[in-house]
Design a protein around this ligand. Structure first.
Ligand code: CMC
Length: 387
């Protein structure tokens, strides 16, 4: 058992780490977020080693099992993903009952809960069973998101194609036609880049739920709820809305001046951990640029590039992962409303690896709070309280 931290010396005020800023809450082997060097490492591999070389299938295997797969292991993993990718008819029927007005992240959160309902092993405890749940959720999350996207447009879901990659399958299931090579590669890289990121808010949420020995799906549901917030995953949607509000490159500088004057935030900028450039951003920028060129539509990239420079000049803020995710996803014809669910499609691998790591070496996550409320109040019967 780990020894508890020493109590503060008499007469000294206990320190509060608001937002758990700089707190090391546990150990992990899954990924390292190095804020000083601005590096991201997955299971020992620098992100730059993996992007454009390893597929999401390989990286999700790496995160879960701790090593890149051999050819045979990859074939087995891909076959498992293919087996689990289709939704059972009950799931499709349930998704069609969701209100069209439901926000996609709320629909995804509910759908993940349904996955747990239809999994007969959902409450079984051995960590080995968690791997089976992980492949189920990693395979099905993009299928669910594509179905949510199509049903919102009044179109029926499209079944997956076993010969397509994980990323290309998503685009096929959303658009009803196979993507180009460039589109498939760009989404694959997006999934790789967002697959894991240390103890970010949604992952930490998942680990906190797993630490109570609750089930895998409850932990993922909670993670989806955490990712839904605009300070976390919804920043990609908000970043796209910001680009649309700006509308043209020459309108960037007035927008920046007004946002600074109004003390508002630039979505897709700033980071709690990185003290310099977010290591994912340069890759996303490059893929967004390539997709823009591929489509012959550089407008969104041009606004983004000018905004990146203008916000730097005005506030010395770096872009984060969500900034160029916005134009990249837009160039893939993914509706802005679905953007945060795309983040979830990528991060489901990291969440799963962290839930398994937490369960395999568990201790209940239960921090302290510094009480700042009143003390020694006396009970007053209700008829004697001031009205
Ligand atoms: N726009 C304008 N000002 C900012 C921004 C921003 N995006 N980010 C930080 N600041 C300012 C903030 O106003 C504050 O200034 P002051 O001290 O004068 O009040 C200072 O920088 C520190 O901000 P903070 O909120 O205490 O910093 P934090 O470490 O708690 O916040 C953050 C990190 C990501 C929540 C924040 O940078 C932010 O709100 N960014 C916009 C939302 C966003 O892009 N979120 C995605 C984060 S990365 C991917 C992910 O995890 O999902």
């Amino acid at each position: 058992m780990t020894a508890p931290a020493s109590p503060p010396a008499p007469g000294t005020a206990p320190q509060v780490a608001k937002g758990l800023d700089s707190v090391i809450a546990d150990e992990t082997r899954i990924s390292e977020v190095d804020g000083q060097r601005c590096e991201l490492i997955y299971q020992g591999y620098h992100l730059d080693e993996l992007v454009g070389k390893a597929s999401y299938e390989e990286v999700s295997y790496l995160l879960l099992y701790g090593a890149l797969p051999t050819r045979q292991q990859l074939a087995g993993w891909t076959a498992q993903l293919n087996t689990h990718r289709s939704l059972q008819p009950e799931m499709v029927a349930a998704l069609t009952q969701f209100p069209r007005t439901a926000r996609p992240m709320a629909a995804l959160r509910t759908a993940v809960s349904l996955l747990g309902l239809y999994d007969t092993e959902a409450d079984e405890e051995p960590v080995e069973v968690f791997y089976r749940k992980a492949v189920n959720a990693i395979a099905k999350t993009p299928t669910i998101v594509a179905a949510i996207g199509r049903l919102r447009q009044g179109q029926p879901p499209v079944a997956p194609q076993p010969e397509l990659s994980h990323a290309a399958n998503f685009l096929h299931m959303l658009h009803g036609c196979a993507p180009s090579v460039e589109q498939g590669q760009a989404l694959d890289a997006y999934f790789v880049l967002l697959a894991d990121h240390g103890f970010n808010a949604s992952t930490f949420t998942a680990r906190a739920v797993a630490s109570t020995k609750s089930d895998y799906y409850s932990a993922v549901c909670a993670a989806v709820g955490s990712l839904k917030g605009p300070l976390h995953g919804a920043a990609n949607r908000k970043a796209m809305e910001m680009l649309e509000e700006i509308g043209a490159p020459e309108k960037v500088e007035p927008y920046v001046q007004k946002t600074v004057a109004d003390h508002k935030r630039f979505m897709g900028f700033g980071h709690r951990v990185y003290k310099g450039p977010d290591p994912r951003a340069k890759h996303l920028k490059e893929y967004a640029r390539r997709l823009g060129e591929h489509r012959g539509e550089m407008k969104w990239f041009a606004i983004s590039e000018r905004l990146q420079e203008a916000v730097w000049n005005a506030k010395k803020l770096y872009i984060n992962v969500d900034f160029y995710s916005a134009s990249l996803l837009h160039y893939l014809d993914i509706p802005t409303e679905l953007f945060t669910t795309m983040f979830a499609c990528a991060r489901i691998a990291g969440w799963s690896a962290h839930i398994i790591e937490q369960a395999a070496n568990n201790r209940l996550i239960r921090p302290l709070a510094l009480y700042t409320g009143p003390r020694n109040l006396r009970f007053v019967p209700i008829d004697q309280r001031p009205s």
